[in-house]
Design a protein around this ligand. Structure first.
Ligand code: AN7
Length: 372
């Protein structure tokens, strides 16, 4: 057994990094692919549903896969500072990997709309947090403007190294299942991750993709077998923040799933290519459906993901019930982030399960016996 040291070492020959580049890693990747055992029965759907729990990455989201590669490259090119706009998770990852690399991180966050845990992460890792009076889309525009003159490397997913890192999740899924799933469902914000997964699946299958515009595919893809299969990619958005359903930017996106409160997706064109090439679709979910599924997954399977993440499973369950995803399919849902980042969203609904009793044996016993 050798010590696992992250996706760069695991997939070095499939990433566009100099072999001499020092990997800035926190051991990200190798996340569990958990087969749901209770929910399919409970929801009366017949399918093999797996959740890829990206919430167990070092900073608690899938962003670590992209950030390790983006920061490694930035440092290799001599950058001393990185910058991003973020709904929370990108800023947490940027702050942590910058700390690891010994460089500065600047993160622009929308005022009052990021989960508390994510804000705490950016602060504890020593990033400069710039809270703007505006939303993520304003922040993204400002980052692009500022980076034209300031000596900072952008580590949002418009940086192609981010998608290259995030594609490794698809590699892990193909390795774990021995093949690609029939359907892969993800939450969509900027649409970087759905694109990255498609790049990864395409590389596993040895197939071209118009979504992989940035790098020549001259790497070694032996080891994935010769299966030509790729999944159909399904992207879910929050109804109040669903530009892919509206056919253009949404100016005042709103959703309880603050991670995907994004009205002007940066990977718009790439995601449409993914949609066409994979014969997939986009759909939208109400906040109430998202929260109900987050709860269900936590209560029935023991997996606590953040609201945005639950939209992938909420959508998959609905599409299975409606027959859009046929019975008997193998479905992978990406759970992009950890539920512990956003405790407010749970506690806001009251402290269910909390019982207050006197500090005395009889009272505690009664509390138990009433509920067994
Ligand atoms: C938990 O952190 O954009 O479609 O600034 O945090 O690749 O954008 C977060 C995105 C899904 C959407 N789930 O992924 C940010 C940010 C979670 C997220 C998404 C995000 P993309």
């Amino acid at each position: 057994m050798s010590r696992y040291t992250g996706i760069i070492e695991a997939y070095r020959n499939r990433l566009p990094l100099d072999l001499e580049a020092r990997a800035i890693s926190l051991g990200e990747g190798r996340t569990p692919l958990i087969r749901l055992e209770n929910l399919p029965r409970l929801e009366s759907v017949e399918a093999d549903i797996y959740v890829k729990f990206e919430g167990v990455n070092p900073t608690g989201s899938f962003k670590d896969r992209g950030m390790t590669v983006a920061v490694t490259q930035a440092v290799h090119e001599g950058s001393r500072a990185i910058i991003c706009a973020s709904t929370g998770n990108t800023s947490a990852a940027a702050a942590a990997y910058a700390a690891r690399a010994g460089i500065k991180a600047f993160v622009l966050i929308p005022e009052g709309k990021i989960a508390l845990g994510k804000l705490a992460q950016a602060i504890v890792h020593g990033a400069t947090v710039v809270q703007i009076r505006g939303n993520f889309d304003d922040g993204m525009r400002l980052v692009k403007e500022v980076a034209q003159t300031a000596p900072v490397a952008i580590v949002n997913s418009i940086n192609p190294y981010r998608l290259q890192g995030q594609k490794t999740a698809a590699f892990e899924i193909v390795e774990a299942l021995g093949r690609a799933p029939d359907f892969h469902c993800l939450p969509v914000g900027n649409a970087g991750n759905i694109t990255a997964h498609w790049i990864g699946y395409s590389e596993c299958a040895g197939l071209e993709s118009g979504a992989c515009a940035h790098f020549p595919d001259s790497w070694d893809f032996s080891g994935f077998g010769t299966q030509r299969k790729r999944p159909r990619m399904v992207g879910y958005q929050a109804a109040g923040s669903a530009p892919f359903l509206r056919g253009g930017p949404v100016h005042n996106p709103e959703t309880v799933a603050t991670a995907i409160r994004i009205g002007n997706p940066q990977s718009w064109d790439l995601a449409w290519k993914v949609h066409e090439e994979s014969h997939g679709w986009f759909d939208e979910l109400e906040d109430a459906e998202i929260l109900a599924t987050q709860r269900l997954l936590a209560e029935r399977e023991g997996v606590f993901c953040e609201p945005a993440s639950a939209s992938s499973l909420a959508g998959a369950l609905r599409d299975l019930k409606q027959g859009k995803i046929p019975a008997g399919s193998t479905v992978v849902c990406t759970l992009t982030g950890n539920g512990m980042k956003d405790p407010d969203v749970i506690l806001k609904n009251g402290l269910t399960g909390l019982v207050e009793v006197d500090a005395e044996r009889g009272a505690v016993e009664r509390a138990l016996l009433e509920r067994l």
